[in-house]
Structures are given as C-alpha cells and as structure tokens.
Ligand binder design. Structure first.
Ligand code: ZN
Length: 274
C-alpha cells in the first residue's frame, strides 16, 4: 500500500497581513515564514514522488489560511500515514538558533520519526536547538495542535530561527537550505517506512542559475514581479556603488530555465548561465 504524507505548509499567504506575525522585517523588507515553509514543502513533494510516497494537502501555497482544526480534521479524515508540518521559529533572544522537531510526548511512532528526522538533519550538517527533539505536552508552550489532534504519526519541524542572523540567511536567502531540509525529511521518512531513498544527484546536476546584466529600476521592478509570480527564489545584487544591479536566480530546472530564457530573450535582455 502506498504511504501518504500530510504535507503541511505552516501558516498561509494571508497570515502576515492578518496578524502581523509569523515573519520578520529586515532592512524594511518583510520575510514571511509561510514562503519558506512552502519552499520546503514543495521540495519535499518532489522527493516523495520520486520515492513512491503519496501526499495529501489542504493548505495550498500562499492561499488563505486553513485553520489548524480544519487541517487536523482533514488529515484524520484522509487517514494519512504521517503528518509533517514545516515551520521556522522565532525567539526574542537573537542568539537562539538551530532546528528542532516536535512530537507528542507519549506517541511512540511520532517519537521514532522525530528521532530519525533529527538524525538525518544532523547528517546533512544542521545544528540542533538543544538536543533537537522536543516533546509536546498539554498545558505547556509545546502543546501544539497539529501534533496533539492528529491520530497518526505527526511531527512539527522548526527549521531554524528567523530571529537568528545565521539562520535567517539560510531560511530566506539561501535556496539550498530549504532543499536540504526537505532532503533530510525525505530520508527520514524512507527510513521510517523501511523503503530506499532515491537520490537526486542527476536532478541537481541539470539545474543552472541565471544572472542578468545591469538592470534599470524599471527592469528591477519588472523582473521582481516575474519572480514573485513564479514563486522562484532570486536575488537582486547591487554593486558597492549601488549602480547597475543584476538579478541572480536560484538553481533552475531545465523546464524553468527554458521558461526564463524565453522571457529574457523576448525582452532582449542580456544574461549568462552561471
Ligand atoms: Zn510557524
């Protein structure tokens, strides 16, 4: 029987607008936790597919928020095998950093997966917050709805602290980081189910980054809208004198590369593959 994962993207497209929480403002720019959670979840999706694991979702990327109660009702109704909820943490103390995994304190299967997750994150070089395994209990700050109300194995993963400068860079400015989080999760899930993890080497080799030439302010705005629309990671890079910014994409699949090259050629903009 195919296994199914409840692939849970923490929060939603309207969380920041509605609550002013679940994100950080750095140098006047808002970085929403949901956008990171989505990148991890979508990367996880690809791993699941390749490894022959199914998935169910109720919170779609950047859509209106599905309540926690609706989420757990859905996963229970669908009777998925495992729920994984992706998040990034925040703390008043900027020094606090590292990843951690929450599981319900007396749910053995959840704790088994929790342990595997922490092990796989550590193998990929992640630092953990404390020992990385946090037990969820009634009546404490760890009493998290998603691991409490799910009937099946469930873990909530805090993939670092948005409030810590090092973790912030990884969470929001380094596309590889979300990919690595997803890989650790997929590897842990495969071990949990006792199936082989199928690697991604050949996919990674085929992906390229594209860098544009110098862009005018109008071009920066236009390309920014394009990237937002595609939900692609990209960075506008400024030289020290602030003139002629260029745009650099994250790793693009052959398909996305073709799409972006077409867009650039249509505008007659210079670019190079890096
Ligand atoms: Zn969160």
């Amino acid at each position: 029987m195919t296994k199914d994962i409840g692939n849970d993207f923490g929060h939603a497209g309207d969380t920041w607008e509605r609550t002013g929480g679940k994100g950080v403002v750095v140098n006047g720019k808002v970085y929403e936790e949901h956008s990171f959670n989505v990148r991890v979840g979508l990367a996880l999706s690809k791993h699941l597919k390749r490894c022959g694991i199914g998935e169910k979702r109720i919170q779609e990327p950047f859509k209106k928020e599905v309540s926690l109660r609706d989420r757990t009702n859905f996963y229970n109704h669908e009777n998925v095998d495992v729920v994984l909820s992706n998040h990034a943490n925040w703390n008043r103390n900027k020094n606090v950093k590292g990843i951690c995994v929450f599981a319900w304190h007396n749910h053995e299967d959840s704790q088994r997966l929790q342990k595997l997750l922490v092990e796989e994150y550590e193998k990929l070089g992640f630092e953990t917050h404390g020992v990385g395994e946090h037990e969820s209990e009634i009546g404490s700050w760890t009493d998290l709805h998603i691991v409490r109300e799910t009937k099946m194995t469930a873990c909530l993963i805090e993939n670092g602290f948005m409030s810590n400068p090092d973790d912030f860079k990884n969470i929001f400015l380094n596309p590889e980081y979300a990919e690595k989080c997803a890989e650790a999760q997929a590897r842990a899930l495969c071990r949990f189910f006792g199936i082989p993890f199928k690697g991604v080497e050949n996919v990674a080799q085929k992906s390229v980054q594209i860098q544009t030439g110098g862009l005018s302010p109008e071009m920066v705005a236009e390309i920014g809208r394009y990237f937002d629309n595609k939900q692609w990671w990209a960075q506008i890079q400024y030289t020290s004198d602030g003139e002629n910014p260029t745009a650099l994409t994250g790793g693009l699949s052959p398909e996305n590369r073709k799409e972006f090259e077409g867009w650039l050629k249509h505008r007659d903009w210079w670019y190079k593959i890096v």
